[in-house]
Write a protein that binds this ligand. Structure first.
Ligand code: FAD
Length: 274
């Protein structure tokens, strides 16, 4: 199918992009790896596409001891291939390795994935688990949205229609902490049937899940006995059945993945994994 007709602008200043978004039914175009298929299937029909690929300075990845700040035009591949990112927050490349295929990662942006807020996507759950944030700029200025407030519903984020997300921040892994990521998909690169990311910091154990609810969901399993962790997680999750997997199968995958990622994150914290 072909997209419905739309106007197209490619501003070279952030202020002009924000001004263009004042047009009703306008949409930001970043890597286009989610938006263009939606246009082609006519599941979205914006009046104006505001292409942000001409904005200067938004492709930076800045790594400090505090964490990783990724600009809105940094592609998944740049994040995945950065040794500095892997050193400061190894969960980012662990998860990115499961995002689609190389051709899609070469165009798709990590920030775009966060704004798109697909509960089956890897990076939203990573941001939620780590307690990261997204910086956005709109007609009322710049603001920071914490991960806990960012994901508001199925494919809905708290980014306003007149706002451009300019960067996201993934906090660094603390000394002595451990992380792990795993997912089950029919083929490598497919969206996960279920995925899980674990963060272990001392006694604190938390696991984030993808593809089990409308939004990325983080469950605190601190103090829960190892054999009870999967049950405790399932009390908080409500996996649905669809054409890809039954609800019962997704519950089984939650059990398998919870044990797998928590064990791996504990090993990682002990220094066995890195
Ligand atoms: P776009 O497609 O350009 O935009 C997506 C949405 O976000 C649009 O609504 C757009 O308006 C908005 N948006 C984007 N950037 C901004 C911004 N800076 N400010 C405000 N709004 C913005 N993703 C996964 O996580 N896991 C997968 O397994 C996976 N598999 C895929 C398989 C295929 C075949 C394809 C085509 C895509 C797949 N993706 C997957 C999606 C991919 O990761 C996308 O790149 C990502 O979801 C969106 O990034 P983008 O830059 O392409 O955004």
């Amino acid at each position: 199918m072909k997209p419905a007709p739309f106007d197209y602008v490619r501003p070279d200043r952030l202020a002009d992009a924000v001004a263009a978004l004042a047009t009703p039914e306008s949409k930001v175009l970043a890597g286009g790896q989610s938006l263009i298929p939606l246009l082609s299937m006519r599941l979205a029909a914006p009046s104006v596409l505001v292409d942000i690929n001409g904005l200067p300075g938004l492709d930076a990845i800045t790594v400090t001891g505090d964490g990783v700040r990724v600009g809105a035009l940094a592609r998944h591949t740049a994040m995945l291939e950065s040794a500095e990112v892997a050193r400061v927050q190894p969960l980012v490349p662990m998860a990115l390795a499961h995002v689609a295929h190389a051709t899609i990662r070469n165009r798709g942006t990590t920030v775009g994935s966060l704004v798109h807020a697909d509960a089956a996507a890897e990076m939203p759950v990573v941001l939620a688990l780590l307690g990261g944030s997204l910086d956005v700029e709109g007609s009322s200025g710049r603001r920071t949205i914490g991960a806990a407030e960012l994901f508001t519903g199925p494919m809905e984020s708290a980014v306003g229609p007149d706002e451009v997300a300019v960067s996201a921040f993934f906090p660094a892994l603390r000394p002595g902490a451990g992380v792990a990521f795993d997912e089950i998909a029919r083929r490598h690169g497919d969206y996960a049937l279920v995925g899980a990311a674990a963060l272990v910091e001392g006694e604190r154990v938390r696991v984030g899940y993808l593809s089990v609810s409308d939004v990325p969901t983080v469950v605190d399993l601190t103090g829960v006995a190892p054999d009870d962790r999967a049950d405790a997680a399932l009390e908080r999750l409500d996996p649905a059945g669809d054409i890809h997997a039954t609800a019962a199968y997704r519950r089984t995958l939650v059990r398998v993945l919870t044990d797998r990622v928590v064990t791996a994150a504990i090993d990682d914290a002990r220094g066995a994994g890195r």
